[in-house]
Design a protein around this ligand. Structure first.
Ligand SMILES: [Zn+2]
Ligand SMILES: [Zn+2]
Length: 552
């Protein structure tokens, strides 16, 4: 095997960058990055030169020449392998992000304790980067754009990321083929939180559609699948107008759902209109997002799924007091003007130093501001809350008397996320058992497509919330959607309140509520069992009722 100059230069460049990231001898690392530069520009291949010839090249020298020989013999460098073994894969991904040099990556990894691109993206959205030396608003924005680009090339997308493309394509189809039917189906129609492929059912002819798409620059992947500009894959199910409804039915539901439906109500007969299938079985229409289960009884039982319009208050958001982008006044005025009845402001607690968490004196100052704003904005109301860190031992981040000064405590884990299930459960149960805890925030800490979240025993967690009257958040950020919707039925069974919360760090973040609602619909949530659907007077009564527990 011979290695060309380009390959050898890349090895030196990688070695140099890894050394910088690991904060190793900077003189050496500079030598290697220079070598990479020189080798890349050499007019002759190194393989055609003797060691003596290589050594005298300007910018190479003895040490580098020996390393070149090592690469030529083994394909790599021992020093490089050693560093690579100590480097998480997410750090290698960061090295591909424009705007992130080794120094910045070192800060992100060692100081911010971020090891994956997804975590990094989320930290950008929380304005966390700007708090570190060398990171301005511009860098943060550039990092966001490059990471989003990187993710787009990975094949999996958040629901929120493909939504506008779906609208665009649907519009394109209906405008160009007004006499044909087009409907999304499959995982998008089921409102899956992560999407790998968009699917349509259509009665347009295959040849016509293929020609139409190819004309518009769609690349054909296989028989009925296409891709445009390296975005998400798109596939089509072709049918006739007479069988459109039945095709839509069989391609929308999961296999388990369709099978169990057919075994109970007989084989799906061709029909133009999907709702006729339900009518024929004397069933109410089952919302596409619910067609995940084989147990049809659960599906039929739920009458009215929650809708975005049922959200009455903004619970869980951050202002400039901690890591949000807007002042408390701006957040409140915006919520009020959008028709919400109240805002539960929950900035970060004191241990979240990276997020400018609130020390007791700043809590008092914030509460004074809230009191003033409440006079002015009535009947709109701002509740005093905090997103309180669950510390390593499961305790909350303030003393009892400070905790008592809040109307509502959202307890969340933000630090030491790498832990065993045992450790995670000790911390979470500690927080749930604390009489001050009102809501458990983002229960598993997951970031979709980028961070798994710590392991938890969901049933034990939900049982504890039931026992201690703690509500469980459905964090509505499209990258979180945590607790997962699959656990909603068990929460409902245990009579645990859920709460669809935007965790907004920006006024625009209020809109994320929609994604929380879409996910909650999949789990069969109704507005009665959702805390953020409580009206102002209901929410006030809820807070009063919690006081009995807190004073006890
Ligand atoms: Zn949080
Ligand atoms: Zn938060």
């Amino acid at each position: 095997m011979t290695y060309n100059n380009e390959y050898i230069a890349a090895q030196f460049s990688l070695l140099s960058r890894l050394m910088d990231i690991h904060n190793e001898n900077s003189f050496r690392s500079k030598t290697y990055s220079n070598a990479a530069f020189v080798i890349d520009k050499l007019p002759v291949e190194l393989t055609d030169m003797s060691l003596a010839e290589i050594t005298v090249i300007k910018g190479i020298g003895d040490t580098v020449a020996k390393k070149i020989a090592e690469i030529q013999a083994s394909g790599t460098l021992e020093a490089l392998q050693k560093l690579a073994n100590k480097t998480p894969s997410g750090i290698f991904e960061m090295m591909q992000i424009k705007g992130l040099g080794p120094k910045k990556i070192a800060t992100i990894w060692k100081e911010m304790e971020i090891e994956s691109l997804g975590e990094l993206l989320y930290a950008c959205h929380e304005n966390r980067l700007q708090m570190y030396k060398g990171f301005g608003e511009k860098t943060q924005q550039q990092v966001i754009e490059s990471i989003e680009f990187y993710f787009k090339n990975q094949g999996s997308y958040l629901y929120a990321e493909v939504e506008s493309l779906v609208d665009l394509l649907q519009q394109m189809f209906t405008e160009n083929f007004p006499h044909n039917k087009f409907s999304t189906t499959g995982s998008f129609r089921r409102q899956d939180i992560v999407i790998t492929s968009l699917e349509w059912v259509t009665d347009l002819s295959e040849t016509v559609l293929h020609a139409f798409l190819e004309e518009r620059g769609f690349r054909r992947l296989n028989d009925n699948s296409f891709v445009h500009n390296n975005q998400v894959n798109i596939s089509f199910h072709f049918t006739t107008s007479e069988e459109f409804g039945s095709k839509l039915f069989t391609t929308t539901g999961c296999n388990e759902f369709v099978k169990s439906f057919e075994s109970k109500y007989g084989k799906i007969m061709p029909t133009e209109n999907e709702s006729l299938i339900f009518q024929k079985a004397s069933l109410p229409f089952i919302h596409p997002c619910r067609r995940e289960y084989s147990n049809l009884d659960i599906l039929i039982g739920v009458k009215e799924l929650i809708a975005p319009i049922n959200i009455k208050g903004i619970i869980h958001c951050h202002s400039k007091w901690s890591d949000g982008s807007h002042s408390l006044r701006q957040m409140a005025e915006s919520a009020k003007s959008q028709g919400f009845e109240y805002l539960v402001i929950s900035d970060h607690s004191q241990s979240a130093f990276y997020a400018n968490g609130l020390k007791p004196d700043r809590i008092r100052a914030q509460h004074a501001e809230i009191d003033e704003l409440n006079k002015e904005l009535a009947p709109f109301f701002i509740f005093k809350s905090i997103e309180c860190d669950i510390l390593n031992d499961g305790s909350l981040d303030y003393s009892d008397d400070i905790l008592s000064s809040f109307d509502c405590i959202i307890a969340s884990v933000h630090s030491h996320l790498k832990m065993t299930e045992e450790k995670a459960m000790t911390r979470l149960l500690g927080a749930i058992q604390n009489k001050h805890t009102t809501i458990l925030g983002h229960a598993t800490g997951r970031l979709l497509l980028s961070r798994q979240g710590y392991p938890v025993d969901h049933k034990v967690l939900i049982d504890a919330c039931a026992a201690h009257q703690v509500a469980i958040e459905i964090n509505a950020h499209p990258r979180r959607l945590d607790i997962d919707w699959k656990w909603i039925p068990y929460c409902l069974e245990k009579n645990v309140l859920l709460s669809i919360n935007p965790d907004a760090h920006h006024i625009d973040g209020f809109q994320d509520i929609k994604y929380g609602v879409l996910a909650a619909q999949k789990g069969g949530l109704t507005s009665k069992q959702n805390l953020s659907s409580f009206s102002l007077s209901q929410f006030t009564a809820f807070i009063e009722q919690q006081k009995i527990k807190r004073n006890g």
